[in-house]
Design a protein around this ligand. Structure first.
Ligand SMILES: *[C@@H]1O[C@H](CO)[C@@H](O)[C@H](O)[C@H]1NC(C)=O
Ligand SMILES: *[C@@H]1O[C@H](CO)[C@@H](O)[C@H](O)[C@H]1NC(C)=O
Length: 146
C-alpha cells in the first residue's frame, strides 16, 4: 500500500504538467512582434506595382519587415493583428483585432515608417484601429497568419 503513493504522486505531477502545458499552448494564439505605421503614398508597392486596385479598399494593409517578408512570398498573406502593449500605457485599443494584408516590403515602400526595424508597418487606418496613433512610434503586437 505505502509503495503505491510515490507512483501516484509522480503520476499526478505528470498530469498537472501536461494540463499546464496544454493551457499555455492553447491560450497563446500567435507570435509576438512590433508594428510601426506609415502614411500615403502607399503606391507603388513591391507586390502590386502601381496598380492601386490591388490595395484593400478597407485600407487595412501593411508592409512586411525583413522577418516576415520572405523574399516576396508574403505578398497577399493575411494576418490577424492586435495591440498588446506600448511604451505609453493606454495606447492599445482593448479588444480590437484587425485583419491586414501584406502589400509591400518596408525596405521598398514609398514612405518611411514611424519606427525602423519593426515586424510590420501598418497603414495609418490599420494602426489607428488598434492603437492611439498620436502617442507612440511603435506598438507591441500579437499576430497570426490566417
Ligand atoms: C529609419 O532609417 C532611415 C534610414 O537610415 C532614416 O532616414 C530614418 O530617419 C529612420 N527613421 C526613424 C524613425 O528613426
Ligand atoms: C490618445 O492619447 C492622447 C494623449 O495621451 C489623449 O489626449 C487622447 O485622448 C487619446 N485618444 C484616445 C482615442 O484614446
Amino acid at each position: 500500500m505505502s509503495s503505491t503513493w510515490p507512483i501516484l504522486q509522480r503520476l499526478s505531477l505528470i498530469m498537472i504538467t501536461f494540463f499546464l502545458q496544454q493551457f499555455f499552448t492553447n491560450t497563446s494564439h500567435g507570435d509576438v512582434g512590433t508594428a510601426a505605421r506609415y502614411s500615403p503614398p502607399y503606391s507603388p508597392t513591391a507586390c502590386y506595382g502601381s496598380d492601386p486596385s490591388q490595395l484593400p479598399s478597407s485600407n487595412l494593409f501593411a508592409a512586411a519587415g525583413d522577418g516576415i517578408w520572405d523574399n516576396g512570398a508574403s505578398c497577399g498573406r493575411q494576418y490577424l493583428v492586435r495591440c498588446i502593449s506600448a511604451s505609453q500605457p493606454g495606447t492599445c485599443v482593448q479588444g480590437q483585432t484587425i485583419q491586414i494584408r501584406i502589400i509591400d516590403s518596408v525596405g521598398s515602400a514609398p514612405s518611411l515608417p514611424s519606427s525602423n526595424g519593426t515586424t510590420m508597418v501598418l497603414s495609418t487606418t490599420a494602426f489607428q484601429t488598434i492603437a492611439n496613433a498620436s502617442v507612440v512610434a511603435f506598438i507591441n503586437i500579437e499576430f497570426q497568419q490566417v
